[in-house]
Design a protein around this ligand. Sequence first.
Ligand SMILES: [Zn+2]
Length: 178
Amino acid sequence: MDYKIHISGLAGGKYDYDFKVGGELFREFGNTQVSDCDVLVKVTLEKGSGWMNAVCSGNGTVTTECDRCLEEIKLPVEFSANLAIRTAKLGEETETSDEFIIVDPSEAEVDLKQFIYDSICVNMPLKRVHPEGKCNPEMVKKLQSLKAEEGKGKEDSDVYSPFSALKDLINQSKKRNK
Ligand SMILES: [Zn+2]
C-alpha cells in the first residue's frame, strides 16, 4: 500500500483520493504500540495555477494495549488537516511548518505516508484504558500482585521488570495458541 498522489501533468481542479490505513503502516515505522489500524483517510487535492492544497480527513480506529490490563483496546481516531503542497528544489525550502509538504519540481508524485502516520499518532487518545470495569479482571489482579511484589523493594527493578516479563509470557502463549 502506498500513499502517493500523482501530481505531474495534473490539470487544475479538484481530485479525491481514499487511503485505507492498516496496521502495516505502523510496522513499517517500527511502532509496536499499535497492533492494528483501520482508518480511512480522505484527501481532496485542489490544484490551481502555481499552488496545490490537500484537504485531509481521517476517521477510524487503532488497536493498542490497555494501560491498565495490557489487553487489546480499540481507540477512535479522527483528524482533519489542511496541507499545502509546495514545489521547491532541495535546499530552497523556506517553510518548515508541519502544514507544508515540499516537493522537488522533478518529482511526479507526493508521498503522504509520513504525514498520514504522524496525523494518526498525534490524534490518538492519550487515555488508553478500557472503561471502568471493562478490563480483564484476571490480568488486573496479576498485575496488581506483581506491582505489590515490586514495591517490596528490590533495587534491581531497573534490570528486571515484572511487567515486561509478564508481557513476554503473554506473547509466548499467544504465539502458541496460533
Ligand atoms: Zn483494560
